[in-house]
Design a protein around this ligand. Sequence first.
Ligand code: AMP
Ligand code: MG
Length: 499
Amino acid sequence: MKKTTAVSTLKAGFENNFAALSNKFYEPSMPQAVHDPVLQKYNLKLGRELGFTFTEETPELADYLAGNLVFADSTPIAMAYAGHQFGSFVPQLGDGRAILLGEKITPDGKRLDVQLKGSGRTRFSRGGDGKSPLGPVIREYIVSEAMHALGVPTTRALAIVTTQEQILREDGIHPGGIMTRVASGFVRVGSFEYFAARGDDAAVRKLADYVIARHYPEIMEKKDRYRQFFSSVATRQARLVAKWMQLGFIHGVMNTDNTSISGETIDYGPCAFMDHYDPNMVFSSIDTMGRYRYANQGTVMKWNLHCLGICLHALLGKTDDEAAEVIDAALAAFEQEFLYARKVGMLKKIGIETPEDQDYSLLGELLALMENQKADFTLTFRYLADHTRQDSNMTPQFRKLFKAPDAVAAWLKTWQQRLATVNRPEIIQAEMNRVNPLFIPRNHRIHKAIEEAEARDDFSQVHLLAMLYENPFTEQPEFTDYAQAPASEERVTRTFCGT
Ligand code: AMP
Ligand code: MG
């Protein structure tokens, strides 16, 4: 028998501002009910921050998080958006497998979007089933929560529910999963492109006013608020992508529909952290040209922001020429900010807080050694911190990261001499350990956790990884294996988006 979604009498503190905008911005969409959902993972801490009083034991919680039950004060919708996918414009994308439940007002007065992902078809599903295999749900949960703990602006993960459904994808049949995720807001560059492509200037303005009020309230009353809005989005994105670079994170699908206006990392698909340092690293199985490779992420973000600028052009200048000048200037500022943030961030990784000109080539020399010798990105920086004293010898664990460690010894000496002019070795070491994580969500670990959950319904690795990555900068001696790079036979170099 087909199950139907029910509206509960319980109110959860939702408002529905976005749904109060004209209905051209979305389509009302009820989640599709599923049989016997099981709550596999609930982020109790985040739930509390949101102001939910549930615990894992709350009987109806799985039904709410599966979309079987909808809170009385939620107006579920699918948001409209377009987007450039791998450089080609698609005029209609939209939430094809996601449903916005509404905006949760938190106890401290924040407004956060709560969304179910994988809860069935919407008007924007096109040929898709609106569902998600469990694998991508687990990946997004683990990686987005790790990113948060690593200090990167990101959407958050509230829950994983499994369904009894079988999801058919190219590579076979998978158990179904539904993810509940939370964002400061789900408006994307692609949301603007949707209306700009339809020549609907009024909608572009209305959407801009909405996101300015919500994400950039400090510029709301400014006369040149649209210009400031554009450059503020650019600044946030510059800092965001610079952070990704410092952690070796590769988003994998930086399409304009996956680029958030609020400046958070969104839409974790075939994303991954690299193990050994390779600036051309690509994990995503669909990124055959390497458009979204590690070292190209700043350039791509600039391209995405250019797309946003074009949508806003009527708001940025009285004439096309004037708008073009504003866009060019903002993109030039983006590039400067990105390069600066990346430089400062990368230099912090080698213990240098106040950079001097020659420091960047010092960093470049280390990166070249790492690249040539396929050294692990995360551990090189982490273990480097054990060498801040001028008289320190190379530790065995650091030495092991390099194929020809003796070639690194000369670099170490120069670096130590530079540090000696800066601060006490133990202070620099502590500072470095605050920016260089020991635990990152390694691809082979996520892969294993997904395999066990899919094959045996065993979520113990999912729970363990989520717990470990809550404190990525802290040594956790009983889990040192989880900090290590994969052995060559364990390495996972391809990721899939699961759509
Ligand atoms: P993404 O993988 O998030 O970049 O998705 C790109 C577009 O495809 C968005 O419009 C999604 O809503 C849509 N999409 C992805 N997977 C599905 C699916 N299983 N069913 C329907 N729409 C989907
Ligand atoms: Mg997307």
